[in-house]
Structure formats: structure tokens, C-alpha cells
Design a protein around this ligand. Structure first.
Ligand code: HEC
Length: 145
């Protein structure tokens, strides 16, 4: 409980009111296994196709990583500010990763696994404002780790 209180205090400084969409409705109530998809605008498995690894995308993703993510994420398993990325695809679904990148705040507010990480890291990942395509390139890069 003390950890939770700390996490709240830690994240409390910056609370961007970026709740996506007001008009859209949640389509079904039977998506219990994928809570993230219940938030309008979130990426679902149907939005992502993973084929053979595309090296051009990997290169672009690596560049984005070096500019915008490296300060907080290692490519190993060690935590810097956020968790290291090695083997991340074995733990997380691609759509979950895409949502964490593109809809960081919504994930930290609604997704239990993202919230558990926040409690552990005590730092709220700032949304890095990537485009969908950029996030997809980073995902491709992650597939090589
Ligand atoms: C200021 C530090 C910071 C930066 C910069 C940052 N992150 Fe994060 N990231 C975090 C923290 C901290 C977490 C853990 C969740 C939390 O506490 O908010 C996290 C979690 C994640 C996760 C989930 C990791 C897992 O193991 O499940 C992904 C994916 C991610 N970040 C992607 C990115 C990408 C992509 C970028 C660059 C475009 C980026 N992050 C930039 C701090 C950062």
C-alpha cells in the first residue's frame, strides 16, 4: 500500500487530461481479456500484422529508440528508468506495446499491467508523441531484441 501511495505522489505532478475521444462508445462488454481495447482509439490485434522481420523498419525503429527512448530503456534486461526491452515480445502482446507507446497515459490509467509497472518504476513514462508508423518501426526493432 505504501508503494501505491508513493506511485500516486510520484505521478501526480503531471496529469495531462488526454482522455481519448468522448463521442465514441465501447462496442462490447465482452472484452474482459483485453481491457486496453475497451478504450476507444486503442490498437487491437487486428491492426497489426507481423510478417518476416523488415530490416528497413528495424533501422528506423532503432534510430527512434536512440533519440527518444534510450535515456530510459536499455536493450538488455536491466531497468534504467523504465524496464529493459530484451525479450519484451515474449512478455507482451504487440498491440499492448503499441498502445503503451501511442496511448501511454490511457494505458497507465486503465491497464493493470502498465499500472503495476508504474508502481514498481515510480516514474510515469511520458508520451513520446510518435506517429503510428514510428511506433510500428520501434515494435519491429523490438522484435530483434
Ligand atoms: C522518461 C523516461 C522514459 C522515456 C523517454 C521512455 N520511456 Fe517507456 N517507460 C518508462 C517507464 C518508467 C516505464 C514503466 C511504466 C511507467 O512507470 O510509466 C516505461 C514502459 C515502457 C514500455 C513497457 C515495457 C514493458 O516491459 O512492458 C514500453 C513498450 C515503452 N516504455 C516504450 C517506450 C518507447 C518506444 C519510448 C521511446 C519512443 C519510451 N518508452 C521512452 C519511461 C520512459
Amino acid at each position: 500500500m505504501a508503494v501505491l501511495a508513493l506511485a500516486v505522489a510520484c505521478g501526480g505532478g503531471e496529469t495531462p487530461a488526454e482522455t481519448p475521444a468522448t463521442g465514441a462508445t465501447t462496442e462490447t462488454t465482452t472484452q474482459a481479456e483485453e481491457p486496453a481495447a475497451a478504450v476507444p482509439g486503442m490498437i487491437t490485434a487486428a491492426d497489426i500484422t507481423l510478417g518476416d522481420i523488415d530490416q528497413a523498419m528495424v533501422a528506423k525503429g532503432k534510430e527512434i529508440y536512440e533519440v527518444k527512448c534510450l535515456a530510459c530503456h536499455s536493450l538488455g534486461t536491466n531497468r534504467v528508468v523504465g524496464p529493459g526491452w530484451k525479450g519484451i515480445l515474449e512478455q507482451r502482446k504487440p498491440e499492448w506495446i503499441m498502445n503503451m507507446i501511442l496511448h501511454t497515459d490511457a494505458m497507465l490509467e486503465t491497464d493493470p499491467e502498465a499500472q503495476a509497472m508504474l508502481e514498481e518504476c515510480l516514474v510515469r513514462m511520458p508520451n513520446q508523441n510518435l506517429s503510428n508508423e514510428e511506433a510500428r518501426n520501434v515494435l519491429e526493432f523490438m522484435r530483434t531484441l
